[in-house]
Write a protein that binds this ligand. Structure first.
Ligand SMILES: [Zn+2]
Length: 417
């Protein structure tokens, strides 16, 4: 089977830079993939879509009493400009969100050590908090090893309102709270709007059943500071290698390949694709999504957003060919979800890294954490499984979404709370 980890690794080398949604790096990533497709003699399509974009103009956190001190912060994106000229208020460390913790937070700026889930955000707004501080990293990190996270409010937060917030390092947070500040001043100014993101699409028509389409998806965008080699240049390279493979081995059914932008901003690329191609969705019988492969130490896994029968088929298959894999029926936070929402079964392939090896969403998601050999093994498995399905006499996977998966998808997409 002509699947080359070396070629995949070479693509990673070309894409070894930050590919942040709506910024230049993401666009460059799309162009690199499009050029690889062209080199195969296939005409790629680049489809643009709008994605939310913010730019922080000013973010500050100052302790104003009893002793002045300024902390290094990043501002929360999409948190508005209510604090553009600074809000000065009393400070409180909020240990938890129980009602007893909330009795005296009205009008205050709070610090919370835990993450800001939408439900927590709602509680803060209802309690009358005027600003918040969250922390990133661990006590072990210094300024040299930590890129202070650039966080943002998501639509699921904003539905409850807006609240200015900043993020500080955990080291600073420990100092801030132990210094018992009476008053702090929070400043946050930003531009909020939209920018351009894009999907890249390629297709090989089926020789016998061109109207039955299997779509492969992988996101090529990354997050701030991260060259995203594991997450998810690896998956992007995997499906490009599958495109090459099917170009050389014409499939009986049509195979379409979708490299999505802005996945990291909430699956925006796959959502845009599904919205723009509503009519064609009836022909898509399966979505195969690849999100993260390549660590040397780790384990190949598959999450089937579809019927249990697909799990069984995959399980028999990996045993038959002797390729260990962990298979479960579940959703996976990636691009198969918008397809599953339209009733299209999804199989997500990934290689989960052993703890302490590959890391995502940081500067440490580097090319060193993936290997050509490992990417090749996973890609060969996906190709072998795909062959069986794509070239089958009768398509074996029913286009049906079981109730438990519908429920999980709905919950994920916040159709249900
Ligand atoms: Zn990813």
């Amino acid at each position: 089977m002509d699947i080359s980890g070396k070629r995949m690794y070479e693509l990673l080398e070309k894409m070894n830079f930050v590919r942040l949604s709506t910024f230049e790096g993401e666009k460059k990533g799309a162009e690199i993939i499009a050029n690889e497709i062209k080199a195969l003699g296939i005409e790629p399509t680049i489809e643009g879509f709008k994605a939310p974009r913010y730019e922080i103009k000013k973010a500050k956190l100052e302790v104003t009493a009893p002793v002045y001190k300024e902390y290094e912060v990043t501002g929360y994106g999409f948190a508005g400009n209510a604090a553009a000229d600074g809000i000065e208020a009393e400070f409180k460390y909020l240990e938890a969100l129980d009602s007893i913790d909330l009795v005296d937070v009205k009008g205050k700026i709070i610090f919370m050590a835990q993450g800001l889930r939408p439900e927590a955000f709602k509680t803060l707004i209802e309690a009358g908090v005027v600003g918040f501080v969250s922390a990133h990293g661990t006590f072990r990190e210094t300024k040299d090893t930590l890129d202070l996270d650039e966080r943002m409010l998501r639509p699921q937060h904003i539905e409850y309102g807006k609240l200015p917030g900043v993020c500080i390092s955990m080291t600073d947070a420990l100092e801030l709270v132990s210094s018992k500040p009476e008053k702090v001043k929070l400043t946050l100014a930003q531009e909020e709007g939209e920018g351009d993101s894009q999907n890249v699409i390629a297709e090989i028509k089926g020789t016998e059943k061109p109207d039955e389409v299997i779509i492969y998806t992988a996101h090529y965008d990354s997050v701030v500071f991260s060259p995203g080699m594991f997450d998810n240049a690896s998956g992007s390279a995997t499906i490009l290698e599958l495109l090459r493979y099917y170009k050389a081995n014409p499939p009986k059914r049509t195979v379409r390949f979708l490299w999505t932008g802005s996945e990291e901003r909430g699956l925006l690329g796959s959502k845009a694709y599904v919205a723009a191609h509503e009519e064609e969705l009836k022909n898509i019988v399966l979505c195969i999504n690849v999100d993260m492969t390549g660590p040397l130490l780790g384990r190949d896994e598959a999450r089937v957003t579809g019927e249990e029968a697909v799990c069984n088929a995959l399980t028999y298959f990996y045993k038959e060919i002797g390729y260990p894999m962990n298979v479960k029926q579940d959703i996976y936070s990636s691009d198969a979800i918008p397809f599953a929402d339209k009733g299209i079964p999804g199989i997500n392939f990934m290689r989960v890294a052993a703890m302490g090896t590959a890391q995502i969403h940081s500067r440490y998601d580097t090319i060193k954490t993936v290997t050509a050999e490992s990417m090749e093994r996973t890609a060969k498995f996906i190709a072998a499984f795909s062959d069986r399905v794509i070239n089958s006499v009768f398509f074996p996977i029913e286009k049906k979404m079981p109730e438990n998966m519908v429920e999980k998808v709905d919950k994920y997409l916040r159709k249900k709370k």
